[in-house]
Design a protein around this ligand. Structure first.
Ligand code: LMR
Length: 328
């Protein structure tokens, strides 16, 4: 009898071990943009590498285009553990109580990707990610998208052209102030709702990196776009800290490796993806694309730079100073 019980016990233990091997750790990775964007492609790259490096012990399920959660809900879902990974825009951390990330939204704070990378690949970037930890969130990486252009249904060549227009923004107080500085009317709205809001006239215009504008078909409902490059849009890849810390150390090490490589990939493709999207918008013939002359650009810089000082109390004067110093 004892032998039989022992045998049954061994069989049960064997089954449990098999079940454990067959049951991968699932990482649900939710995001709001199309798959064919810098973030969408980088999420797929992370999935591919994570599954390869862990030999299938981890399964990454990527949910693109707000199919699982919209902007606000996805943050809540991460904190509740309903999803394990997100890559929200740096403009969307204010509602979590982490306001410093909104410094990335300050108009003209980065003169191109090189300057930006001095922050995201340096000490300042790491210090900012650490601010997420008290909220139960671990910041894993920064992924680039790109620099934004303004769009509307009327031409935009000077700051006054946006006066009185309802402009969709992400949920950032800095972006709100940016639009107020132009005397336009900022409207916070989830990304998934922007196309329809533009189509029905709920808002008149918006700002986007080209990959976002094109893949959401916003160019079909925006007659004019101006290459203002007035602000940056990029992402923090984040995970639920409890989930991450609870992973077996060897698995976590492989996921870290996959994340480093997916991040390099993301940051390598971002510029080309945005250039290709701009060409596609041009080829569509739906939107008239303007470049600014030096004089016109100066007028936008002059109109928008006061936002830095005004937002010191929101994002922290020391955060802005650290970015100025890092970008030299
Ligand atoms: C937006 O809401 O415009 C962006 O944050 C979307 C995204 O994730 O790039």
């Amino acid at each position: 009898m004892k032998v039989r019980a022992l045998l049954l016990g061994l069989v049960a233990a064997g089954l449990t071990a098999t079940a454990a091997a067959a049951d991968p750790i699932v990482i649900k990775f939710s995001h709001v943009v199309a798959q064919d964007t810098p973030k969408g492609k980088a999420a797929e790259k992370f999935k591919e590498l994570a599954e390869q490096y862990t030999a299938g012990a981890v399964k990454v399920e990527v949910y693109a285009n707000s199919t699982l959660y919209k902007d606000k809900e996805e943050m809540e879902a991460l904190q509740l553990g309903a999803v394990q990974m997100l890559a929200p825009s740096l403009a969307k951390f204010g509602p979590l109580g982490v306001r410093e990330f909104e410094a990335f939204d300050l108009p003209y704070i980065f003169n191109g990707y090189d300057a930006l990378h001095k922050v995201t690949k340096g000490a300042v970037g790491q210090q900012l990610l650490a601010k997420l930890e008290p909220r139960g969130i671990k910041g894993l990486a920064y992924w680039d998208n790109g620099f934004k252009s303004f769009s509307a249904n009327t031409p935009i060549t000077k700051p006054e052209d946006l006066r009185g227009k309802k402009m969709r923004i992400q949920s950032s107080k800095v972006l709100e102030e940016q639009m107020r500085q132009l005397r336009s009317l900022p409207q916070v709205m989830a990304f998934s709702e922007v196309y329809q809001a533009l189509q029905t006239g709920v808002v008149d215009g918006t700002e986007n990196p080209h990959s976002n504008l094109f893949t959401q078909k916003m160019h079909e409902v925006q007659k004019h776009m101006t290459l203002t490059d007035h602000g940056y849009l990029g992402y923090a890849v984040i995970t639920n800290k409890k989930f991450w810390d609870g992973l077996p150390a060897d698995i976590r090490a492989q996921l870290d490796k996959a994340m480093v490589e997916a991040t390099d990939y993301a940051n390598q493709i971002a510029l080309d993806e945005n250039d290709a999207a701009l060409q596609a918008v041009r080829a569509s013939g739906r939107t008239e694309i303007r470049a600014l002359s030096d004089e016109e650009r100066k007028a936008f810089v002059k109109a928008l730079l006061p936002v830095h000082k005004k937002m010191e109390s929101r994002v922290g004067a020391e955060t802005i100073k650290a970015i100025y110093e890092a970008t030299g």
